[in-house]
Design a binder for this molecule. Sequence first.
Ligand code: IVH
Length: 690
Amino acid sequence: MRKTFVSYLRHVSTQAKIQELTAELKKHNYHYYVLANSTISDREFDMKLKELEMLENAFPQYADPNSPTQQVGGDITKSFNTVLHSTRMLSLGNTYNKEELLDFDTRVAKLIGGNAYQYTAELKFDGFAIALRYVAGKLYQAITRGDGTQGDDVTANVKTIRSIPHQLEGNYPPELEVRGEIFMHKAAFVKLNKTRAKNGEDLYKNPRNTAAGTIKLQDSAEVAKRPLDGFLYQLAEHGKDELDHWDSLQHMKKYGLPVNGATRLCDTIDDVWDFIQHWDTKRRGLSFEIDGVVIKVNSRLQQQEMGFTSKFPRWAMSYKFETERAESRLISISYQVGRTGAVTPVANLEPMQLLGTTVKRASLHNADFIADLDIRVGDRVFVEKGGEIIPKIVEVDASNRDSDSRPTQFTLACPECETLLQRPEGDAVFRCPNIRSCPPQVKGRIEHFIGRKAMDVSSLGEGKIDVLYQSGFVKRAADLYALDADKLLGLSKTIANEDTGDERLVSFKEKTVENIISGVLASKQVPFERVLFGLGIRFVGETVAKKLAFHFKNIDALIAANFETLNAVSEIGGVIAKSVIDYFSLPENREEIDQLKIAGLQFEVVEKKLASNVLDGAKIVVSGVFTRFSRNELKKLIEDNDGKNVSSISKATDFIVVGENMGPAKKDKAEKLGVKMITEDEFAGMLGLL
Ligand code: IVH
């Protein structure tokens, strides 16, 4: 009797466990494939998937027919055309250590039945899969993996990727399909995030998510500004199915397709293991991220004999590298207040080494993140470098907690001005509502106002703003235009860096003051759209500011606009419209604008005759000799389509139009900085001139 009751209980809890795991994995899948924003490490996901698979095998009566174990995953975005794949786009099984890898080799040997076999070992690029169809040598369609059966047609966006040929070379067949991976170089990712940080925009998590998000943008000109790259690793060529994998890679190279050079033909699993170990140590030196190695049985005939399980090929396997992870202790949580009043919790950790740097702090994102992981002061925590820039806490060890440990209570009051925080409905963050006088908000707005993309007063930086604020000279942007040089001279203060605690002296010498005054004066010429961006209205970034400025032409018309007129402007949604109205409804904001008008800032659009604004302010270098256009024609096209001509390549360059004979030094520099290079034809294509 007792025994059956126990087994009854076990069944109930197994069923609950299966349901719980199924729901959790579905949620992670949705984040990964639809939102392009993963909420769990691959390794943890695989562990959970394996656990679910085991439970389902033991208790098939409780398995959900749509269980994540039955799917490759994914979903399809609405706004692109959906296209059926020629054959299902499959994923791969994973191994995590030598033992699992040897198990795979044993299974292969058994299936091949004593015959000799070889493997190709390839890097496992950390991006997203793509299928490319070429018809008569021309790139005809590019399709994302989607749910494996059908994906999104992202051809226009893929065409902006320089390394993907629009036209094949050599003796290509009339029709062919290749598959591979699209990704973003580390340098390009860091550059993109730096720009976003400067503009006060949310940061992207890692190059993979950013690449996946980029290819789903509706605007190809925007995609062209974010350099993507790709490698192809699979060929489906009609009538060429007999080619071994290694040979098919050589064919792909001959067609001009990008195939990664670090591919090796291996006679034994030991050779594969050498390859894995080599790249596990060398991967940090690559300009792009890899998360493992893929091994494939080389012979096509043997591949065909081995076939597929319901989800994976039996002839291929991925080996996943361990992500760099370190253990530490959470000493305390501090809170930082941003320009918009958003309060971000930051973990102060016992210092530890992670990928060669000492880490003392990690972002805790927001209150939900802390609650979801139940992170408490005193906990042992595991930290990873997501995207290898900002470390993040990925796991908490709750087993060693003191008995008096209590869940973290998110701070109730602003750490800077002690005002009670608010969390507006539907908002993930707590905010300090003391917009007018909370110091980091006030200083943050002034810093934003003088920023490069707004008024561009480069002679004023964070430190100087801090001194001007603390001395009472500048309490808002308009005060900058009433500064008295004589009063500033001799001003000095010691400023501490929040992160390092390092102190430095900021002093206003004659030259400094001169530069500040002339910089402020020059900013009076900055066009209206940048002034509008500089005001720092929530949700009004650079692009939205331009849209609003060009639509309403002057500030008075914008102030007079109501919700309907704002919402009627293309790409201005309800959230932006409301934010604009809220901003102008505050008398102090309108009063500041009056002051800025008196100071002589631009509050009206000066019409430039543009052919289009496709290039949207992109900084472009023209280099080499051209056939379709002369250099001057190219430069004029850039100006006429709202781009900016710049003469030398730097991190700030968006892309380079490359002709024949580009200097090798320039090319090196461009490659090192991850600046995208496009041909004049591709450029003409962007402007719709082909
Ligand atoms: S072969 C049927 N080779 O990893 C086999 N995949 O975890 C198809 N990936 O879906 C895949 N580098 O998106 C293959 N050299 C490589 C790869 C690679 C990255 C990705 C691909 C695949 C996923 C499996």
